[in-house]
Write a protein that binds this ligand. Structure first.
Ligand code: SF4
Ligand code: SF4
Length: 225
């Protein structure tokens, strides 16, 4: 895991546009960086946000540092590096906050939306036509912008039931039956803030997956394009 030492940012204590008289500079170090935002011209860092609680009032201290690009190349490079690393590792999750293998609570109760690209990927994966995948596995409900076509069906009409592609019911060790082709919604799902996690399942366990999902045969043959 790559890391960057944010304490290096503490060295910077000059605010763009501030007069350069030392007595007028804000020389307090950055203790906590709360947010970094970039737009076409500026890098804005919100830092040292803290709430001091008094008997009858709260004081919220929040400072913002706005830098123009190229205003301080060394600083901009440091921030760019932080952003690069953050983007690169955006989806890394420590083991303690990844889903324990076998948990699939969220494959019940949630209805992953299906985009046109999802539909095509699932159809290719199953060797079916997109029309057949729509009919068999998608509840049609196009979004207003036309991006989503509907959501994945459940095994029954009960929306709290399992996703039609969920496997492992017999062993209780669940897995996605179309994992390489699952919709974007399922790919983007993280267990951060998840309250449904099956705590009985250990994080370090591995189990052998069973067969992948296979479409029902119709008239003795698989539906093909
Ligand atoms: S497609 Fe796979 S990951 Fe997504 S809800 Fe269904 S079983 Fe779960
Ligand atoms: S831990 Fe949470 S997000 Fe992960 S599979 Fe279980 S219910 Fe879903």
């Amino acid at each position: 895991m790559e890391t960057i030492d944010l304490t290096a940012l503490r060295a910077y204590s000059r605010e763009t546009g501030q007069p350069t008289h030392p007595e007028m500079l804000d020389t307090r170090p950055i203790e906590h960086v709360n947010k970094i935002e970039i737009d076409e011209e500026h890098i804005t860092i919100t830092f040292d946000q803290k709430t001091t609680r008094y008997y009858n009032a709260n004081e919220i201290l929040q400072r913002e540092w706005i830098y123009k690009y190229n205003d301080d190349p060394e600083f901009v490079r440091a921030v760019a590096r932080v952003i690069d690393i953050a983007r690169k590792h955006l989806k890394d999750l420590p083991a303690t906050i990844s889903c324990p293998p076998g948990c699939a609570e969220c494959c019940s109760g949630y209805e992953p939306f299906v985009s046109r690209a999802d539909l095509q990927r699932i159809a290719d994966h199953l060797g079916m036509s997109t029309a057949d995948v729509m009919r068999e596995y998608v509840v049609e409900r196009p979004s207003a912008d036309g991006f989503h076509l509907g959501w994945l069906r459940k095994v029954t009409d009960d929306v709290a039931d399992q996703c039609v592609f969920l496997k492992g019911s017999r062993s209780g060790r669940y897995y996605c039956g179309i994992y390489p082709a699952r919709p974007g919604d399922c790919r983007d799902f993280t267990p951060i803030g998840c309250e449904d996690v099956d705590d009985e399942l250990p994080h370090d366990a591995h189990f052998k997956l069973g067969a992948a999902f296979s479409p029902k045969r119709r008239n003795g043959s698989r539906t093909r394009r």
